[in-house]
Design a protein around this ligand. Sequence first.
Ligand SMILES: [Mn+2]
Length: 456
Amino acid sequence: MFAEAYARLPKQPQPTTVEEYRGRQSRLTNRFRNEDVLIVSSPSFAVHSNDVEYRYRTSSDLLYLTGWTEPESVYVLRCVDGRWLSSLFVQPKDTLKEIWEGRRPGVEGALQDFPIDEAFNIDELANELGSWLNEAKRVFVRGGVNQEVDDLVQSAVRKRDRARQHFGTGPVSVEDPSGIIAELRLRKSPSEIEQMVYASKVASIAHELAMRHSREGVTEFQLQSIIEGFFSYAGASGWSYPSIVGCGENATILHYTANQDVCGDDEVILIDAGAEYRGYASDITRSWPISGQFSDAQREIYELVLRSQRAAIEVCKVGEPYTAPHEAARRVLAEGLIELGIIDQDLETALDPDHGDLKKWYMHNTSHWIGLDVHDVGVYKPGGEPRLLEAGMCLTVEPGLYFGAWRPDVDCPERYSNIGIRIEDDVLVTGDGPVILTEDCPKTVEAIESIVGVPL
Ligand SMILES: [Mn+2]
């Protein structure tokens, strides 16, 4: 069943080139002084149980600067005689380990295929990095990622030797580089957008396949397996966050991930699932009736959320504050809920963050940045003011309404009992207006009703 769906995908895009990684490194060093040193370590493995680890996924900053995905690695940028050098400490070649765990690129591989000037085995870290640190003034490193690096930095800072006494050498400050790298990552390049488009297309088709396999009695985990199975089939590395597959009252739980229930004919299912491709996330939510036909009550809520989502996407424009989609979505939702008699307040009261009833049924934000992290980096309110959208920024637009009849804190209207609807797309801001990266994913009532329960 996957082959036909796979045939609809475009060819996989070219990977990011070594030249582009070099460009990112030099945009970063433009913000540094010659005595600065930047260190980015790969995170350690996460244990699943006993001696079994989770699938390894390196840090997004390391991916962004180098494309290097191997564990036990430390990347260093430093300036020698006026020239910035890109160094990488890597796992050594080890035939026995490679027989068991897989081939290692090693020092040669790092130098050959990556934007790296000098490569070392990781066991040389203390020696090499230790001496570079003694020459540095400001060290940019995120603490808590690599204990050995943290210790080396601390020892360089504490060191009180003759050179320090006589010449004032040695680091005087340790700073977190995350914010500087985040500013670069916030604006996506054409090649990054190509990877994100592929991740989006894979996830769009996966959602469509889940729609096609929906029928009374199907389980949440079966639909999850179709979605995640297609992610793998299509060459994605897996999900970009654990899939949310919730039917009936589970659809009213924002981050429901148990995915263990059987789907009933009169229920709406909400699936929030995205593929990760070459480190880039997609993030899609769709909601549909298991029967393939919206009931009147389900359609009323669905069309309202869809209207609000379209209004929010409309304002994803250069120069708009990042809060504009949220404000647009909230206004449409509040108007609609008043019209349906669900909110008995005037519009401005309904929207009030303290006294408004909108937040009873819509309690989350509308947007987050998306990129190498599903909740991508980038400060939303630099200096306290909402950031203005620029071309190349990518954000999600995901309004929803949730009528959990199980909730003791609200009186859920009977007619809308246990209807949970969220509609989420990934949007690229461009000079020509918003581009919906996930536009292939069926969204209108007509499209959904013609697809649900109809195998490919
Ligand atoms: Mn999202």
